[in-house]
Ligand binder design. Structure first.
Ligand code: FE2
Ligand code: FE2
Length: 460
């Protein structure tokens, strides 16, 4: 045992280290033979046996964990492990990689991603290569969020506060990346159709589905903003309200046992539809990217047995919402976009439906005002039946799942038409699951794609 004082411990040779960073990098500390030093209250210091690190500290309250130190160049030594090129890795290998690195390294990776996004912003053309980088970046941020969330919830409470702090730091960086991607989609000076690139992506796994959904979702909301800004609500939607849309909304309210008078958009959609600010779109986009976070079954450190896996697939929306909520740090806009993405106006998994039933049992005379709100407070209080970004996400999610089925190798114009027709007949006419007004604007968005560009994607 060596006598020392606290001041000397934080000199140039040793730096303090969080217990969770030690646990996370245990194998590397062993591999490179790096000692962890514990400073006791009486000023003595001892070498902490790295092999038993969890056993020693994980049952202690965070305040009782003694200060721990490590040589100051340990990150440089670890960086040898970071020199691998992960851009060509499969989602499952990327997951293993990100699960094996600490927050410092994740943040460093996110900084590199930001540089890549900046480079694309500087490019004069938005091309396939740029889009492929965006796909890769989307995968990385999706997986980084996922491993961070899983670490948070499986961590012993005594050290979980460290992870919560990390989640917030990572989230801040992730939001910057999403903002950068949205700006690229928005500026897209040559008006290259984003969908042309999206239709050319492979259908490998849930991560790729999430990447496509994120791109179509953000691309659509930018289109929707323009639709609003050029006055199409009055020119198109308002005119069709009584003849076309009103009956669908009557059905929707009926599903919830509400008999409501309506004769204009304001009676069903709060603020009679409004454009989405960039700040909000970043949060909605993050929700769209993470919407199936509990469904990425290719990530093998999710310790579910076969039965639980099945349950997880069925209840992925509950689990995705649960994971993000338990993890902490995610704003309500993100959480609710994820939570309500299979609500289908009372025909889906029912997180909102349960909230609504609870509300009614507590306040039997409560009356819901709108079908759609843009405000998290109004969906929390059940003043509206649905949350705008979740209604958009439902449409994009269903569209992607129907379009990218196993049998379709190259998306053709007729495939997109067939899918939109099916969505209309099954999920709007037969049972009003999707929102009819948002769906019509979505059809306009999909139809912008030039026929010749679709044909150019054909193999023969
Ligand atoms: Fe889903
Ligand atoms: Fe999905």
């Amino acid at each position: 045992m060596i006598k020392n004082n606290r001041k000397e411990e934080s000199d140039n040779l040793y730096i303090p280290i969080d217990i969770k960073d030690i646990i996370k990098n245990k194998s590397k500390f062993i591999k490179y033979n790096i000692a962890i030093m514990q400073l006791n209250k009486d000023g003595t210091r001892i070498i902490s046996p790295i092999e038993q690190i969890e056993k020693l500290y994980s049952n202690l309250k965070s305040n009782d964990i003694p200060p721990l130190f490590v040589r100051n160049d340990y990150k440089t030594i670890f960086e040898k492990d970071m020199s691998v090129d992960i851009s060509r890795m499969s989602s499952s290998d990327k997951s293993k990689h990100f699960a094996s690195i600490d927050t410092y390294e994740k943040l460093k990776h996110l900084e590199n991603i930001k540089k890549k996004i900046k480079d694309i912003t500087r490019n004069t053309v938005f091309d396939k290569k740029s889009f492929d980088i965006i796909l890769d970046v989307s995968s990385d941020i999706n997986i980084i969020n996922k491993v961070t969330v899983l670490e948070n919830i499986k961590t012993h409470p005594s050290i979980s506060e460290f992870y919560k702090k990390d989640t917030i730091e990572i989230l801040k960086s992730v939001k910057d990346v999403i903002k950068g991607v949205i700006n690229i989609f928005d500026s897209n000076k040559d008006k290259v159709n984003l969908l042309e690139f999206v239709y050319n992506t492979p259908n490998i796994d849930t991560i790729m589905h999430s990447n496509r959904v994120f791109s179509i979702f953000t691309g659509f909301i930018l289109y929707y903003n323009n639709f609003i800004n050029i006055g199409n609500i009055s020119k198109i939607v308002r005119k069709k309200f009584n003849s076309t849309y009103m009956n669908y909304y009557k059905q929707i309210f009926k599903k919830y046992g509400i008999n409501k008078g309506m004769d204009k958009i304001e009676d069903v959609i709060e603020k009679s539809m409004c454009a989405i600010e960039k700040k909000e779109l970043v949060l909605y986009g993050l929700g769209a990217l993470l919407h199936d976070i509990a469904k990425t079954e290719n990530i093998d450190y999710l310790d579910f047995d076969t039965n639980e896996k099945k349950l997880n697939a069925k209840k992925h929306v509950l689990n995705s919402y649960g994971l993000l909520t338990k993890s902490g740090g995610y704003p309500l806009e993100v959480l609710f976009t994820v939570a309500f993405h299979h609500e289908y106006y009372g025909n889906g998994y029912g997180i909102f439906k349960n909230m609504y039933e609870n509300k009614l049992s507590n306040e039997p005379h409560f009356i819901t005002k709108h079908a759609i709100t843009y405000d998290v407070a109004n969906i929390s209080s059940c003043l509206s039946l649905a949350y705008f970004p979740a209604k958009v996400l439902e449409i994009v999610d269903v569209y992607d799942q129907l379009l990218f089925n196993k049998d379709v190798k190259n998306i053709k114009l007729e495939d997109t038409i067939k899918v939109l027709q099916l969505m209309h007949s099954k999920y709007i006419d037969e049972t009003t699951c999707l929102d009819p007004i948002i769906f019509d604007i979505f059809v306009d968005y999909i139809q912008q794609i030039r026929v010749d560009s679709l044909y150019s994607m054909r193999v023969i």
